[in-house]
Write a protein that binds this ligand. Structure first.
Ligand code: ADP
Ligand code: MG
Length: 231
């Protein structure tokens, strides 16, 4: 596992506490948490080049320390299939952000692999005042947010504990498979939980972490959005 301290140091030197999505995904990669392939582009032509290198379809998103919920401001465009669509999305994202947050710093546009749609889960971590780093797991989506159907453990979380977190949520049948829905790769989710636990144990200056969402497949998982906030 590569060191990630240099990423945190650079963020602090920049006077920030929030990692940008590409920074957070680089941290994930160092801990072998699967993330979508990505490049940061600073010009439209660069974005088109990146899309060709990554392979279509791709997703474009704003890279800005001032935009926390990217889709809320029209700064996430999914499923782009051609260079023409990438160019259009590039311009649309910049103009959407300028409209909603005229003062937002725009550091570029993130071009990333489009992960096939699937069941979405959330793996999170917070630094609890009393218990220290703690890990959260739940399904993605509004229903689960409303029902608060989540599992918590104080880190470090073992593989066995991670598996228990997955089976104890009410929505577990969705992952286990039902009727003609296939069983999804819960072992791969458990691995993400354990690696996230290792990450926040190694770096106690992480205040909050969100892998939201992680796409879960019959074989494997992929994190499509990652957020890390330092103390
Ligand atoms: P936000 O900052 O609004 O949370 P996200 O990066 O999570 O932005 O994107 C919003 C939604 O778009 C995600 O919840 C997911 O459903 C979808 N999405 C984002 N990135 C990808 C991707 N690379 N592949 C497939 N779907 C994606
Ligand atoms: Mg998200």
């Amino acid at each position: 596992m590569g060191s990630v301290s240099h990423i945190f140091d650079a963020v602090r030197r920049d006077g920030r506490k929030n990692l940008l999505e590409p920074e957070a995904k680089e941290v994930c990669r160092a801990y072998e948490i699967p993330v979508t392939d990505f490049r940061v582009a600073k010009e439209e032509a660069e974005a088109i080049k990146a899309a060709g290198d990554i392979g279509y379809p791709v997703v474009l998103k704003i890279v800005s320390p001032d935009v926390i919920h990217k889709s809320d401001v029209g700064a996430v465009v999914l499923n782009l299939k051609t260079a023409h669509e990438v160019g259009e999305a590039y311009r649309r994202i910049l103009s959407n952000v300028v409209k909603v947050q005229p003062n937002a710093r725009m550091l570029g546009v993130l071009v990333q692999e489009m992960a096939p749609a699937s069941t979405e889960v959330i793996v999170g971590a917070i630094k609890d005042q009393q218990f220290g780093p703690s890990i959260m797991f739940g399904l993605g989506g509004i229903l689960v947010e409303v029902l608060e159907d989540v599992a918590f453990r104080v880190a470090p979380v073992t593989m066995l504990e991670a598996e228990a977190m997955i089976t104890e949520i009410k929505a577990y049948p969705v992952l286990k498979g039902y009727r003609n829905q296939p069983k999804l790769d819960t072992a791969a989710i458990a691995e993400v939980i354990v690696k996230t636990s290792k990450l926040v144990m190694d770096h106690q200056d992480i205040k909050e972490l969100d892998l939201n969402p992680v796409m879960v497949y019959e074989d494997g998982v992929k994190t499509v959005d990652a957020r890390i906030i330092l103390e």
